[in-house]
Design a protein around this ligand. Structure first.
Ligand code: HGY
Ligand code: MN
Ligand code: MN
Length: 419
């Protein structure tokens, strides 16, 4: 329907921004956005997204691990699908665009097809993954691994900080942990998986571009370290006699930062969490746990860096007479985006009138799991200042609209890869 002269037809961007706002208030607390796997907020968000999918003409359901799944049939029922999607869980004190932009934009595109009564020679499915961030249980990509059939049942025993196991949490949420296998899809059902996501970095903004074509997703290693010294009285133990676990951890953390800073080829290392016991002002900490997140452009470089960092931490612990336990809690290899999907995404970007810019993703995404059952592609959308995992995360309406128009053009022009 053409808009009356002077009245701007509401754009895809308007719908997307409104829904980002609606979803963005479903949070553990109103002050800091957090929507964590298998919590009441997860359930509320799932209900809202499922309703949007149905409004867009899709059949929609919650799968066995809490992903939201929508399907828009093609020219005839039962055709293999082009799968779109992203995650709808968040980190703590999150921005509201990381994940939801991909799910909401995909729904807006299908809703546009549905409004026009357009059917394609393939089905379009949208997956909203329930746990990409891995905030509650150490491992990540739980939703997409379940869809890819690579879910590791041993993680059901992992416990959150309150001591609740994933198995118990699934049951409390109303799901059956013994049925997670039912979420798995077969490779033959998917023609490809394409995810639209905010860049979470400053490159597109620096280039003055609204969208980019992703070439690969960098791998990551997550580790948990536990240092054990001797708790003691802050007023009586001479400094030379202390086995202070928190001072030891502090030296380790600075060593990790120094090691990564002096590496010239894109290595990054982050200690995102530290806990000190017993955590009283006048007690020398006897136990400290902290996490590490190590990433590099290549797997070999990352693995070598992890080994070097572990050696440094072991030397610090030995010198300080601290007991050390280090475990790898999660490892994801680097994953390439399929050239044929990159080229079709690039075609859509160019057809919308924008320069085609290719870039790798330093952040992890569900495509790292989905690659086990389908070729993957990603579209990046510019975000202000490249800020992410931060409540200041923001996408301009015009860029949200551009991302949607590029994705919609990609969908309508999608050609299955010749087998
Ligand atoms: O950690 C990551 O790279 C992603 O945001 N989960
Ligand atoms: Mn994230
Ligand atoms: Mn994300």
């Amino acid at each position: 329907m053409e808009a009356a002269a002077g009245i701007r037809r509401s754009s895809l961007g308007d719908e997307i921004v409104a829904r980002i706002g609606q979803l963005g208030v479903i949070s553990e607390t109103p002050e800091h956005l957090a929507r964590i796997f298998l919590t009441p907020e997860h359930g509320k968000a799932a209900d809202l997204i499922l309703s949007w999918m149905r409004e867009a003409g899709m059949s929609a359901h919650l799968d066995a691990i809490g992903n939201v799944c929508g399907r828009y049939e093609g020219e005839r029922p039962g055709l293999p699908c082009l799968m779109l999607g992203s995650h709808y869980d968040t980190v703590r004190d999150a921005g509201k665009w990381d994940g939801p932009l991909g799910v909401i934009t995909a729904i807006a595109c299908v809703a546009d097809l549905n409004r026009r009564g357009k059917r394609l020679p393939f089905a379009v499915e949208i997956a909203g993954f329930a746990d990409e961030e891995g905030v509650r249980f150490a491992s990540t990509l739980l939703g997409s691994r379940a869809v890819a059939g690579t879910f590791d049942e041993s993680v059901l025993a992992t416990r959150d900080r309150a001591g609740v196991s994933m198995r118990e949490a699934l049951i409390q949420f109303g799901l059956d942990p013994d049925h997670i296998g039912k979420a798995a899809r077969a490779r033959r059902e998917l023609l490809g998986y394409v995810e639209l996501h905010i860049e979470q970095g400053p490159v597109l903004e620096e280039k003055g571009l609204p969208v980019g074509v992703v070439t690969a997703i960098a791998g990551a290693t997550r580790l948990a370290a536990n240092l054990t010294g001797v708790a003691g009285h802050a007023g009586t133990v001479p400094m030379a006699l202390r086995r202070d676990a928190l001072s030891g951890a502090a030296e380790c953390i600075v060593a990790i930062e120094e090691f990564c800073k002096t590496d010239a080829s894109g290595l990054v290392g982050t200690v995102g969490y530290i806990g000190a016991m017993p955590g009283a002002t006048n007690v020398i900490p006897g136990k400290v746990s902290f996490t590490m997140d190590i990433r590099a452009p290549s797997d070999m470089h990352r693995k070598r860096a992890v080994a070097d960092i572990v050696r440094r931490i072991e030397a610090i612990a030995k010198r300080r007479e601290l007991a050390l336990q280090i475990d790898v809690t999660h490892e994801n290899r680097s994953v390439p985006c399929a050239p044929w999907l990159q080229s079709q995404i690039a075609g859509a970007v160019a057809a919308e009138g924008y320069a085609v810019f290719e870039l790798p993703s330093g952040a992890g995404h569900d495509g790292m799991a989905m690659v086990d059952i389908a070729d993957i592609g990603m579209i990046f959308v510019r975000c202000r200042g490249g800020v992410s995992h931060n409540p200041a995360e923001h996408v301009e309406l015009a860029d949200a609209d551009t991302g949607a128009r590029v994705l919609l053009r990609f969908i309508e022009n999608f050609r299955q890869q010749p087998v």
